[in-house]
Design a protein around this ligand. Structure first.
Ligand SMILES: C[S@@+](CC[C@H](N)C(=O)[O-])C[C@H]1O[C@@H](n2cnc3c(N)ncnc32)[C@H](O)[C@@H]1O
Length: 230
């Protein structure tokens, strides 16, 4: 049963007074100066409009649970569909990082952003494969914001191609469209996939599902898996 705060509760006045403290003229001028500084000296990252994992709690959770724990300087990672590098920033601690994208024009943006990093390699693919990545060489594969736009046949083709490049104990983390969720239904650019379908494709392709997150994100879900023991 939900208990309403009593009439003597300070809850509402505290929330309102915090709002007033955060929006004094001085506080607003400081924020305006910070915004001008950012525009001049910190160029925008393509994709940040979809949410900054530093600032948006569900994205921060995804980063801290499904990405950061796997970063290892002795390991090799692949990111599919890096865009402007919103998530790539957190993958730079791998010893070798392949950024794989279907669109050369968009991959060029990632190249521009990460040009200082000599351990980052850029691969234009055919939309479902990993040309040039040696077999049995990848420890971690991550993709966010890309599989949400891919229908099952392309996901299946990617899963088949992944089998070749992954090491036996590799981890794969994919975020995909969850059409059971209203926010995915409202987005015509989101694929018609559900957790049941994606899980089935993953298992049919010879992987073992280790973890599924069906609740954190409002329009999609996350699956973590590895090659099934033979
Ligand atoms: C919406 S952006 C997301 C970018 C970034 N991951 C992010 O979350 O900010 C989608 C990215 O996937 C790439 N992409 C689209 N279809 C792809 C495919 N079949 N294979 C590889 N990359 C693809 C696009 O070029 C773009 O970089």
């Amino acid at each position: 049963m939900t208990v309403m705060p009593g009439l003597d509760s300070p809850l509402h006045l505290e929330m309102y007074r915090q709002f007033r403290r955060q929006n004094t003229l001085r506080a607003r001028l400081v924020r305006a100066a910070q915004a001008v500084w950012r525009e001049l000296f910190a160029p925008p990252i393509y994709g940040m409009a979809w949410g900054d994992p530093e600032l948006v709690p569900p994205l921060r959770f995804i980063r801290d649970r499904y990405l950061t724990p796997y970063v290892n300087p002795a390991h090799t990672a692949v990111e599919i569909g890096p865009g402007g590098g919103r998530w790539t920033r957190y993958l730079l601690g791998f010893g070798r990082l392949y950024l794989v994208d279907f669109y050369a024009e968009i991959l060029a943006e990632a190249k521009r952003v990460f040009r200082r990093y000599s351990h980052v390699y850029y691969i234009v693919n055919h939309g479902y494969d990993f040309p040039g990545i040696p077999p049995n060489s990848v420890d971690f594969l991550f993709s966010f914001g890309t599989f949400v736009h891919l229908e099952l046949p392309i996901i299946a083709a990617y899963l088949t191609a992944m089998k070749t490049i992954l090491k036996p104990d590799a981890n794969v983390v994919l975020q995909y469209s969850d059409k059971r969720k209203v926010m995915a239904q409202l987005n015509p650019g989101f694929a018609n996939t559900t957790p049941e379908e994606v899980r089935r494709e993953v298992e049919n392709a010879g992987f073992e599902v280790l973890e599924e997150d069906l609740t954190t994100l409002w329009h999609s879900s996350v699956i973590r898996f590895r090659p099934a023991a033979r």
